[in-house]
Design a protein around this ligand. Structure first.
Ligand code: FAD
Length: 471
């Protein structure tokens, strides 16, 4: 049978039509374009991907199908099982007329292996593959020290990163123009299942998401530095879920930031510059992940800390997961995570520190729990954040600097507004007691503290001293 040749775009964590280089280049190929998305629930499960994130992806892919249809690009949204299903699928698509494969590089090891296999299949049939690097703003391996080394500390990385940005600027790809309508004979494949709707609080329409990003850059970014650490405020962009699956790209964020905050984005300590810094952290962790593949196996970056024998008390771990530790800021944060699939950055630092340095539980347990709940779960950022908090990572918090959860609470939720929002059992507690309501009033059914912070702190120092010289 004669098939019409087409270019195949394989969409993964780049679920957008604007600023999508792979899609854009495929549309320039002169051939009809077919987009492909493969849901792989078994692989998602193996990565502990949160059900809310899985639903979000499914909803977004459905919507993307409509956005692509308007460009006369059919989207094959397929239900697979895991990555093992990919090679056969690629073979079928080559037989159906796929002339070339277009996609964006992923940085995790299993994904790289999967893509290499797909490239081999295309190469064996004499077809081309075009891989583009857009997940990070500055692709891993491009920001190096003067001696060509990988930066392991954020500040010099950021300095070089910013210098590169000033030098090369930022560019975004336009939405492709609609192609001519073509009848294609595509193989019959199992269609992707719909989601369960658990992520409905998140918009999936690309234009709405772009508008949210623009509004933040226009109206809120100037206050970012002042407000970003206070979980009771809407001081951050709330874009992480969209960045994680690529409904919006970091390049689009920066390009818009430069437009809306033209005089500020490169002015140290301005809201715009501090927000840009967060996007640089995102790149930093991608660079680190590519350069140190042992991280994907959940090894500590600071190897000596893998020698610590964590007590790992399962009851304490469960209390932390459930938001039942007796430390209001920790419990409020964990309930935010459990109820919404998202947690404020300051709180992520507080609960991560608490799990490791107050409950003496291996950071990997927390890392996995976060992945199983977060709508924005991203291996590089999550692993980086956990290893930072646990003092095992690159440029991590020094092990002897241990967050006091009560002081953190007093500083960053001074009136207890966030705590009261998440913990109804403390609604009637006076402002002065909200950070430490113990001993509890008779009427309260809030939990008693499960550890003593002072004693726990000393035990943490002991644990670290088994592998490090006391400081
Ligand atoms: P904003 O403050 O508006 O920042 C803009 C964007 O910059 C974010 O959307 C995110 O893409 C990026 N960003 C911000 N801070 C960081 C950071 N420290 N490291 C890397 N990128 C950053 N972020 C994730 O996207 N996925 C995760 O799985 C994740 N796990 C984390 C685990 C721990 C223990 C810690 C301490 C941090 C983690 N972060 C993670 C980083 C950060 O908490 C979230 O990106 C942020 O809270 C998302 O909210 P926002 O979109 O309003 O961020």
């Amino acid at each position: 049978m004669n098939h019409t040749a087409f270019s195949l775009v394989w969409l993964r964590n780049d679920l957008r039509v604007y600023d999508n280089q792979a899609l854009f280049e495929a549309c320039q190929s002169g051939l009809p374009v077919v987009a492909l998305f493969i849901a792989t629930p078994d692989s998602w499960q193996a990565h502990s991907m949160a059900p809310i994130k899985q639903d979000f992806i499914r909803r977004r892919v459905q919507q993307l199908g409509l956005e692509l249809a308007a460009l006369n690009i059919p989207l094959l949204a397929i239900e697979g099982s895991d990555y093992a299903a990919v090679p056969e699928l690629m073979q079928q698509l080559i037989e159906a007329g796929a002339e070339a494969l277009y996609g964006h590089n992923e940085y995790e090891l299993r994904e790289r292996l999967r893509d290499r296999k797909s490239s081999d299949i295309f190469a064996r049939s004499g077809k081309a593959c075009f891989w583009f690097d857009r997940k990070a703003v500055m692709p891993p391996g491009t920001i190096l020290s003067k001696t060509g080394g990988i930066y392991q500390i954020f500040t010099p990385f950021k300095k070089t990163w910013l210098a590169r940005l000033r030098e090369v600027g930022i560019g975004c790809f336009p939405k492709p123009k609609a192609l001519a309508e073509t009848k294609l004979q595509l193989p019959e494949l199992p269609l992707m299942k719909k989601g369960d709707g658990t992520s409905l609080a998140y918009a999936v329409d690309e234009l709405l998401v772009l508008e949210q990003m623009r509004q933040f850059c226009r109206d809120k970014v100037a206050h970012y530095q002042a407000e970003r650490d206070f979980p009771a405020l809407q001081g951050t962009s709330s874009l992480s879920a969209y960045l994680a699956i690529g409904v919006v790209s970091a390049q689009q964020c920066i390009s818009r930031l430069q437009l809306e905050a033209a005089n500020d984005w490169d002015r140290e300590k301005s809201g715009a510059a501090v927000w840009l810094s967060e996007l640089v952290w995102r790149d930093f962790y991608h660079h680190i992940l590519m350069a140190f593949p042992q991280l994907i196996k959940h090894k500590a970056f600071q190897k000596d800390t893998d020698g610590i024998v964590w007590p790992n008390n399962t009851k304490l771990f469960q209390a932390w997961c459930d938001g039942q530790t007796g430390y209001p800021i920790v419990d409020a944060a964990m309930r935010q995570l459990n109820q919404t699939g998202w947690m404020h950055n300051r709180l992520r630092m507080i609960v991560a520190s608490f799990l490791v340095k107050d409950l003496h539980i291996d950071w990997r347990w927390g890392e996995q729990y976060f992945m199983s709940k977060l709508i924005d779960g991203d291996f590089a950022a999550n692993n980086g954040g956990w290893q930072w908090a646990a003092s095992t990572g690159t440029d991590a918090a020094p092990y002897f600097r241990i967050f006091n959860p009560v002081t953190q609470s007093e500083r960053f939720d001074p009136d207890g507004v966030f705590i009261k929002r998440m913990l109804p059992e403390l609604a009637d507690v006076a402002k002065k007691q909200i950070h430490w309501p113990h001993p509890l009033p008779l009427w309260s059914d809030y939990v008693k503290p499960i550890v003593d912070h002072g004693k726990a702190r000393l035990k943490t120092l002991e644990l670290f001293h088994t592998v490090k010289k006391p400081q």
